[in-house]
Ligand binder design. Sequence first.
Ligand code: GDD
Length: 318
Amino acid sequence: MKMKALITGVRGFVGKYLADHLLLQGIEVWGTSREESPLLCLENGNVKIIKNDLDSEEEILNLLQTVTPDYIFHLAGQSNVKKSWEDKEGTFYANVNKTIFLLDACVRYQQENPQMRLLTVGSSEEYGRVEPHELPIKESTPLRPMSPYGATKAAVSMLIQQYHKAHELNVIHARPFNHIGPGQTEGFVTTDFAKQVVLIEKGQLAPTINVGDLSSERDFTDVKDIVSAYSSILLKGELGEIYNVCSGKSVSINNILNYFLSFSHEDIIINVDKTRFRPIEFKKYYGSSEKIKSELDWQSVHPIEDSLYEIYLYLKEQ
Ligand code: GDD
């Protein structure tokens, strides 16, 4: 019999890639969305979409009993770090309260389907302030989140360990570092930069690109690698565990900008815009992918240059 997956927030940037990946593996895919929509057609088949705001345990239990998933990927949430400073309460409600509703619903649903497995998605922002000697960041590195967003995801990672111990819930937590690819919205660095370059090329923007803090370094992974990691973690990972998902290398934001500038023939002036800065910024960040590599045989395969070029081409075609 076909296995069934449910992706919360399937219409988001990562959801569509994950749905495609699971469909290719012969898994039936359902998804939740805040908007009403009968079917979402993807490249490799159809995903059945159910409108659900994840606003209560009962509402979610109902959803689980209707769909009867074997795998639940919880992607829904507020994922923008800068926005989390502007709407702390909304970010906590979306990322923590709704996850608690889901966890409680899953505890009850697991009694009906003991095989079910749940993946919660956290973030490298959970680690927050990291001392240079702590690099590369391991799953055991202390959590010192330095943004409201990071605090919500750290809370989720603690909660899932409690639910696993207290209720034997079949849950695993992924901690992805920065992920990129075509279709990511503005508000994330690669789309912010590429979009401006493309608008300048189309003559729709003066030849000045606005950028934030270029001095930081981040660990970037292509979204296609990220979703293959999520699927490996949920299908083969150890219950109650946490897995970093990262490339293990850091790239400076200045280099990211230079890649996009090199794709274009325009002469572009760089303007450092202070409104794009965050109240707190970490300078150098990269993770250790040792655990996921040794336990689940996963590693990122898409080179960053290819991902950046794909983002640029995608935006050019819009
Ligand atoms: N967004 C944005 N826009 N960031 C900029 C810009 C700009 O114009 N200029 C410089 N930056 C810098 C940011 O200050 C940050 O240091 C870095 O680029 C990456 O910013 P984002 O792409 O917004 O990602 P993030 O690191 O804050 O958060 C992302 O990664 C997390 C995992 O580490 C998000 O995808 C989170 O949802 C994810 O959990």
